[in-house]
Design a protein around this ligand. Structure first.
Ligand SMILES: *Cc1c(COP(=O)(O)O)cnc(C)c1O
Length: 385
């Protein structure tokens, strides 16, 4: 073992691959359940889009979480993994007819609806099946999140959700349609949020909207505040489990739930990011004019976050104990953005050394592509090695 890694078992494995520390995943899920259960009416869903590896999904389903889907494929993946349809919510700005029909056929818990035309289509497709679909409206709360601009979703300028001023119109519209049943409000302000003040701002907004609804005697059964809790990418060893206590306590304290209301959460990154690492072998050390490159066999086809959002991932050489030297860690793909890190310190690295790119369990394997005709990376869980 080196840290959390069974290095000996990795010796003959083909790289790159994802490695999921299932003990850590189980501990993370326990922490979520322990903290959420302190509060009456809290229901946690897992956002499938963060990682849909079937072996990972099975562990999350066993912990009793529901599923938050953003496509028909994700509904299929969650049902296959055994998530009960009664705990599946389905969001997305562009749901196609087959995806809506799939949700209807499986009697999923709720469609999170993002526009009036979508509401009308759900009503029409439900009518054809003689069903009534539960719908919640995703409102755009115009709350900014202190996170990367590409992953903030709750500002008025973003494509997501329905404007707050249209709230009463869409509810009235739903009441006028006979094959949809209005059950709740949905929000999601962004991702990798570590400032609880952002979630407090969301709570304040939800409180305002609930007051407006109450003044018209409208009762909402469910409030869904989405996901977005961040993880510590700098210190995966020191902070392997996010502060779920601070997160759930924020909502318990600030969001004024009405009697009998349930509060839903859709956590993705916070559940799976820290348990996953991308393992890659060093192919060559290249001495450039001004710096040293560690050229590895993983590229942005395996983990696109650094290229897409300039995201930071901690990298460790788990084959070497030698004194650190400074490297740019780069992949083999024919694009200049194929860089995992610049000017970082690694234990002196040579050809064949295994590097672990940490905190890669969320938005890693699932975003892999085959650009350059590269094979997709395989994901292994610690239990199977
Ligand atoms: C992506 C997404 C989530 C999960 O976000 P995380 O930052 O991974 O927690 C939750 N809800 C919706 C609607 C999403 O699109």
């Amino acid at each position: 073992m080196k840290g959390i890694f069974p290095v000996d078992k990795f010796a003959d494995m083909r790289t790159p691959f994802y490695y999921y520390d299932i003990d850590l995943l189980r501990k993370t899920l326990e922490a979520i359940n322990d903290e959420a259960r302190r509060h009456e009416g809290f229901c946690v869903h897992y956002a499938i889009k963060a990682n849909a590896n079937p072996k990972v999904l099975r562990v999350i389903r066993q912990a009793g979480l529901g599923a938050d889907c953003v496509s028909g494929g994700e509904i299929e993946a969650s049902i296959k993994a055994g998530f009960p349809a009664s705990k599946i919510v389905y969001a997305g700005v562009g749901k196609s007819d087959w995806e809506i029909n799939l949700g209807l056929d499986n009697d999923i818990f709720c469609f999170n609806v993002e526009s009036i035309p979508e509401l009308e289509v759900i009503n029409e497709l439900a009518a054809k099946k003689g069903k009534v679909a539960n719908v919640a409206f995703r409102l755009n709360p115009n709350v900014g999140a202190h996170t990367h601009a590409n992953i903030t979703t709750g500002l008025a300028e973003n494509k997501f959700g329905i404007a707050m001023r249209d709230m009463f119109d869409v509810i009235e519209k739903a009441d006028s349609l006979s094959n949809v049943s209005f059950v709740g409000l949905h929000f999601h302000i962004g991702s990798q949020i570590l400032d609880m003040g952002d979630f407090q701002a969301l709570c304040n907004r939800v409180n305002e909207l609930q007051q407006q609804l109450e003044s018209r005697r409208i009762i909402v059964k469910h409030i869904n505040v989405g996901g977005g809790l961040g993880v510590d990418y700098e210190h995966p060893n020191r902070v392997p489990i996010p502060d779920f206590k601070a997160y759930f306590d924020t909502f318990a304290k600030r969001l004024k739930l009405r009697p009998g209301q349930t509060l839903h959460f859709e956590l993705g990154r916070a559940v799976v990011a820290q348990c996953g690492s991308l393992l890659t072998r060093t192919l060559y050390i290249k001495e450039g004019a001004t710096k040293k490159f560690a050229i590895v066999d993983a590229g942005f086809t395996d983990l696109i976050r650094p290229a897409l959002y300039q995201a930071y991932h901690k990298i460790e050489n788990i084959s070497s104990d030698e004194a650190p030297e400074t490297y740019d860690v780069v992949g083999p793909i024919c694009e200049s953005t194929d860089v995992f890190a610049k000017q970082i310190d690694l234990n002196a690295t040579k050809r064949g050394d295994l590097l672990a790119i940490r905190s890669a369990g969320a938005y890693g394997e699932i975003m892999a592509s085959q650009y350059n005709c590269r094979p997709l990376p395989v994901g292994y869980i610690s239990d199977e090695l």
